[in-house]
Design a protein around this ligand. Structure first.
Ligand code: NAP
Length: 537
């Protein structure tokens, strides 16, 4: 093995956060490189090419805010932009700022070892190449480690089968084919709605239904885009002031209104774009069971009104959690898909999967003949990408060991025992719980300032203090425990039935739910206080 390539900073991952991170580091004049496992940039938007893939943040609140030039020239074509356009956007950003030359693709980091004598990280890639860097910024993405179920005979299936995250780059022929989709989270709901009228037969294998409400997407004309451009300062200020990082503003006073007044408000919100129904709703729905139940009953009636077969409608209504208490998927004609003759809901709670066969899926009720199986089965969220790198800190302990029962961090950026490793969109930050790019800009800016602070003062080592880390974990737990979703089964609470240690009942405090403004205040205070809680030496 030759000499490692040496850099001031290695950034891992060229997704939404890695792209902005390298921009900031290069602007500072630091010698930085991005190592990206995939063969091109884009992260989530490079990988998730499944039909129907789009974000459910308003496009103009999702784009980067840091460059007026970029804001002035980019035209978002839809209110909620789709994967191909999002990938074009990220490529455009990289080209505009000439960032590609700082990125290396096909560079999967497999091991990272802290060298206490030199105060550097040594990184080893899957191809054997080695790097050494004073600082490492992990921009690994919260939803970048897909997980599969483990049913008997999965490998025997002779048709095409793939996880939505690994949707092939070449077009997949679906017309005239019998397709099975496993999973009804945000991804499954998008795929199902999009392909229902394209395929010969669609079988939806649903274990638990999810609440879902209309996205209410639409085009953005040249004129509207011009108005948006004029309003960008206001838009980003609104996002910064809201707990979720959106323009939607929560209201309070659920019980001050009559039931009729509440229904009138919900009628309006149900017809409004994006997450309005969730985050412009009464804040009480997240804390007060009776309030949440009333809203859930309202949404259930909406589902009943949209699904022709009352038996199917009841199967699509969640009973185990209230509306908005797991990450809410937004949909376009999802419920109407079940009114089609070629679509069948296979309720796995009635008829569980027994095994896969060469020609399909055998449940306890029937054998379903399939040509294509789509796994929309989700991710080892937030900590999964960290667990898959062998990261060894000061005493040789791995990060996966430290986080076995759940992550422990200081403001979601640092974790004790792993100096000079900074996480952007990391566990226990607000990235998982709010409009992603708004939160990553906070994270990247904060990490960049900290690196600059350390570099200017000649500090070689930056590590969270033990007490400070414990205080942050306590804050994360407090914020989590106040909310009704603390009892729900979703990736917000660390649940994934396909990952050991993440099954039901083993709550992991994965994200900070205190809201983006509170988070920003906290990290700003820490910086203003000379990076309180961080040992700089
Ligand atoms: P998910 O929400 O975790 O849903 C996974 C689905 O697969 C669930 O319905 C789950 O059922 C099912 N499943 C898992 N293992 C199974 C098994 N062994 N047998 C049968 N069913 C199984 O994952 P996702 O839909 O990929 O969404 C993850 C996150 O990605 C979202 O919450 C969102 O944050 C993000 N996302 C965003 C967008 C967007 O912006 N519009 C779109 C897609 C995804 P159980 O519930 O019973 O476990």
């Amino acid at each position: 093995m030759g000499e490692p390539r040496r850099h001031d900073v290695v950034v891992i991952g060229a997704g939404v956060s890695g792209i902005y991170q390298i921009k900031r580091l290069v602007d500072l004049g630091l010698d930085a490189v991005v190592l990206e496992a995939d063969d091109d940039l884009g992260g989530t938007w490079y990988r998730n090419r499944y039909p129907g893939c789009r974000f459910d943040s308003e496009s103009y609140t999702y784009g980067y805010s840091f460059s007026k030039e970029l804001l002035d020239e980019w035209h978002w074509k839809e209110r909620f932009s789709s994967q191909p356009e999002n990938l074009r956007y990220l490529n455009h950003v990289a080209d505009l700022f000439d960032l590609r030359r700082h990125m290396r693709f096909g560079a999967r980091v497999e091991r990272m070892t802290w060298d206490e004598d030199e105060c550097v990280w040594h990184l080893t890639l899957a191809d054997g190449d080695t790097y050494a860097a004073r600082f490492v910024v992990a921009s690994l993405g919260p939803l970048s480690t897909p997980t599969l179920p483990s049913y008997e005979g999965m490998d025997d299936f002779a048709g095409e089968a793939f996880h939505t995250f690994h949707w092939p780059t070449e077009p997949v022929e679906l017309a005239g084919r019998r397709v099975g989709v496993i999973g009804t989270g945000a991804t499954g709901i998008q795929v199902i709605a999009e392909i229902a009228d394209q395929v010969a037969e669609l079988k939806v294998f649903q274990r638990r239904p999810n609440w879902s409400s209309p996205l209410n997407n639409g085009p953005i004309s040249e004129d509207e885009m011009a108005e948006i451009r004029d309003r960008y300062d206001e838009i980003f200020a609104n996002c910064a002031a809201s707990p979720g990082g959106f323009e939607h503003v929560p209201r309070w006073g659920f019980w001050d209104h009559t039931a009729e007044e509440r229904r009138a408000i919900w009628d309006e919100l149900y017809a409004s774009p994006g997450f309005a129904i969730l985050v412009a709703n009464f804040g009480e729905i997240f804390f007060d069971e009776a309030a949440n139940r009333e809203l859930s009953d309202y949404i259930a009636d909406r589902i009943r009104a949209r699904v022709d077969d009352p038996v199917v409608a009841e199967k699509l209504i969640p009973r185990d959690h209230g509306f908005g208490l797991q990450r809410l998927p937004l949909e376009t004609n999802y419920f109407e898909a079940y009114n089609r003759d070629n679509v069948e809901l296979v309720d796995l709670s009635d008829t569980p999967i027994e095994r896969f066969t060469p020609t399909g899926i055998q449940t306890t009720g029937a054998h379903h003949e399939l040509d294509v199986i789509v796994y929309a089965t989700g991710f080892d969220a937030i900590t999964g990408a960290y667990d898959r790198i062998d990261i060894r800190g000061v005493d040789g302990t791995t990060l996966a060991e430290k986080w076995r029962d759940g992550p422990r961090t200081y403001v979601g950026v640092l974790t004790r025992g792993f100096p000079n490793l900074f996480m952007v969109a990391g566990p226990q930050s607000v990235s998982g719980s709010t409009n992603f790019p708004r939160a990553i800009e906070t994270g990247v800016d904060w990490v960049t300032d900290l690196i600059e602070h350390a570099a200017q003062r000649g500090h070689r080592r930056v590590e969270a203090e033990s007490d400070a880390e414990q205080e942050w974990v306590d804050e994360v737990v407090r914020a989590h425990e106040r909310l009704l979703f603390r009892r729900s089964k979703g990736w917000f609470t660390g649940y994934n039935s396909n990952v050991a240690g993440h099954q039901e009942g083993q709550v992991r405090y994965q994200a900070y739910f205190g809201g983006a403004p509170r988070y920003r205040d906290k990290v700003d205070e820490i910086a203003a206080d000379g990076y309180r809680g961080i040992d700089l030496s």
